[in-house]
Design a protein around this ligand. Structure first.
Ligand code: PLP
Ligand code: ZN
Length: 410
């Protein structure tokens, strides 16, 4: 399939984000073979600029594959999809009023298959893995990545090996089991699970940023945001960061779009939110470091943020600094309060990671970092329904004849 003689993908190769070394994109690759750092997919953006018009996307299907020229799959038949991407960008007027922000928006990633934005990354990574002839994929996960890997691997007919902390929320564990993945729990965290994955060479490791194409799926959040805001980007983006792919993926998308001539040089300020129980990026940001040492005894209800060490630490820290953003930590009890606030004010049940962005917006507004008129986008990276154990389901009971139903408020 090609449009105006254009290839389905403009992928040219993989490039190390640290030493710049090129790697063959048409062979399986994980990290840089020389320095061990993160590889990024590169595209022939000069040709794409000549053949692609930014207004072509609105006539295409409402999923992330509308950006296929800028994704790494070469043959359309290799696309494995459940309709991920092109999620709603919602105005949040009543929450904005509470926070003193007149132009507050939420990108609602909970509408993705499997209930989180991890579907974007895994749809692309699994499609590309199948295209490259890989059969057996493995990943450590805090829950949502495992659920997405299990789901897309099932759809692709590939084997998935998944290792998760034993206290991972129930829903992703169910999703893994149901999809027939070889899924296991352990008494440890995602970095311990990662060591198990790296111990066997018969698996292809699809860990966050140790595999170059999950970030390509996640970068589509950046393309969508530009398209949904009619190619003018917001002033600020607040993003809950664990491994960091969502945040760095969007920044990659903005850079690509500038090269494509679709946006200017202005960038949203990128705010990274972590939980105060696991905040390695915040600590590194505050210390002026470009690497984030491991966070000991990580604990937080926001399981997607329970990532004690991230291979993409330097990419996140560079992105935050380069865009004049900040990394900040919020407490779990603030997250629970924010979950209630947004549910009551906007009718949205957010994941704890998504709710953390509200706490951050509040803090950044109070200290004047965010101005009242600025356009601010919060990312709800997953649905509250994935974490039912965080909420009570107890309601007042009434008699079957309704005699004790309370009066309406005057
Ligand atoms: C994985 C996850 C995150 C963190 O995303 P990264 O891109 O790894 O930083 C945030 N929220 C939810 C719901 C997640 O599942
Ligand atoms: Zn390198």
């Amino acid at each position: 399939m090609s449009v105006n003689g254009a290839p389905f993908s403009y992928l040219t190769g993989l490039e190390c984000t640290n030493c710049g070394l090129s790697h063959d994109a048409d062979a399986p690759n994980n990290v840089c073979r020389v320095c061990g750092k993160v590889l990024y997919a590169r595209y022939d953006l000069a040709s794409a600029r000549r053949t692609l018009d930014r207004d072509c996307f609105r006539d295409r299907p409402a999923d992330l594959w509308r950006y296929h020229e800028l994704l790494p799959i070469r043959q359309p038949d290799n696309v494995i999809t459940l309709g991920e991407g092109v999620t709603p960008l919602l105005r949040m007027p009543r929450l904005g009023e509470s926070l003193g922000l007149k132009n507050l928006w939420m990108k609602d990633e909970s509408l993705n298959p499997t209930g989180s934005f991890k579907a974007r990354g895994m749809a692309v990574a699994v499609s590309r893995a199948r295209e490259l002839g890989l059969k057996r994929l493995a990943a450590p996960s805090a829950g949502n990545a495992g659920a997405a890997l299990a789901t897309y691997a099932a759809r692709a007919g590939l084997e998935a090996w998944i290792f998760m902390p034993a206290d991972t929320p129930r829903v992703p564990l169910i999703e893994c089991r149901l999809a027939g993945a070889r899924a296991f729990v352990l008494d440890g965290l995602i970095n311990d699970a990662g060591r198990i994955v790296r111990s066997r060479s018969s698996w292809f490791d699809v860990s966050t940023l140790r595999e170059p194409y999950r970030v390509e799926g996640k970068k589509t959040m950046g393309y969508e945001l530009a398209e949904q805001f009619a190619w003018s980007l917001p002033d600020a983006i607040i993003y809950p960061t664990g491994g960091g792919t969502g945040l760095v993926g969007m920044v990659k998308a903005f850079d690509e779009m500038e090269t494509l001539g679709w946006i200017g040089s202005k960038r949203p300020r990128m705010y990274s939110v972590q939980s105060s129980g696991c905040a390695p990026i915040v600590r590194a940001f505050e210390a002026g470091r470009r690497d984030a040492p491991i966070w000991e005894n990580a604990r937080t209800i926001a399981s997607g943020l329970r990532v004690p060490a991230a291979i993409g630490d330097y990419l996140m820290l560079d992105a935050i600094r380069r865009t004049d953003g900040v990394a900040l930590a919020v407490d779990d009890d603030e997250i629970m309060a924010a979950t209630d606030l947004v549910a009551v004010r906007e009718g949205a049940w957010l994941s704890p990671e998504g709710a953390a962005t509200i706490c951050a917006a509040q803090r950044l507004r109070e200290d004047g970092t965010l101005k009242a008129h600025e356009t601010v986008v919060l990312f709800n990276t997953g649905g509250g329904m994935v974490y039912p154990d965080l909420q009570s389901a107890t309601l007042p009971r009434v008699a079957i004849d309704g005699r004790d139903v309370p009066e309406c408020d005057p």
